[in-house]
Design a protein around this ligand. Sequence first.
Ligand code: MRU
Length: 339
Amino acid sequence: MPKKFHLKDPVAPILWKGNRLLVLDQRLLPRRIQYVNCRTAEDVARAIRDMALRGAPLIGVSAAYGMALAARRGPAALVKAGRLLRHARPTAVNLMHAVDEMLQVSGAKNPAQAVRRAAEAFHRQDLAANQQLAIRGASLLKKGSRIMTHCNAGYLATSGIGTAVGVIRYAHQQGKVAHVYPCETRPYLQGSRLTLWELMQSGVPATLITDNMAAHVMKTGGIDAVIVGADRIAANGDVCNKIGTYGLAILARYHKIPFYVVAPTTTVDLATPDGSRIPIEERSSREVLEIFGHPIAPKGAQAHHFAFDVTPHKLVSAIVTERGIKRARQSLMTLMGKK
Ligand code: MRU
């Protein structure tokens, strides 16, 4: 098994400049490449809340840099930034882990330098984790695999090549991937705007499907694996990910297709015993009732916008982390070294 490999990405989702964070505005993709200039933790929190950047690991790394920007302004600013960033989005636990880690080093002699270094280390760890995830995840796939994925768990969602999409791209390089079906992922369209774009950029054969085509494609398309990322994994192995993931897991079980979750250990939340305790973000109904500002429902209509759902651990065939693979009957606690 190789320890490292290289797959180049055309654009960086964030660029750390020491005194500011440049954030690729993912709301404009794939039409336009434009960066948002974040000079303060408030700017970073806004970029996270308003979806300029997204994806659990990237949210975590960006929050760490947000803390580094705040630390330059003194201890009070750092505490305030921690509170603000923590509330930017409620579900991705990587965000909470990043803020906690930065606060832990803030008692150092030179807090600004200590938090900056810790943020840079947090970023490097995510990059290294991505490599291990790809290598370990690809080992689960056989030659000629046809894969379904959901949302975007690629390089745009992390600081490396991604989690689920990283596995797919690495496995493709090894000649194991015949075809990929990304689900469109209503209402933010991360599947069509981001994942399909990433796959096409790296020459992976892919065909977009709308979310409601998944069952039909599983029945008729000979899907060999469903691979997704995660925003938070509870101690019992329940997996919270983009809305629609739970439905895909049920469909996969019915069609006897393995359902794999790929996530760094920064996505694991051992303090949350099971999925019922994970806070599910509810976003504005406007994001469902409109597409790019154009109404697609009657004026005055109501809509739900649950951003995530929870897949019970019983439906998950394996969770791939950088530390190892947790199979259905194994405990996550053992993998995390807590038992
Ligand atoms: O709302 P988003 O786009 O931040 O949701 C992203 C997802 O659900 C991803 O699948 C998850 O964060 C894993 S990204 C490696």
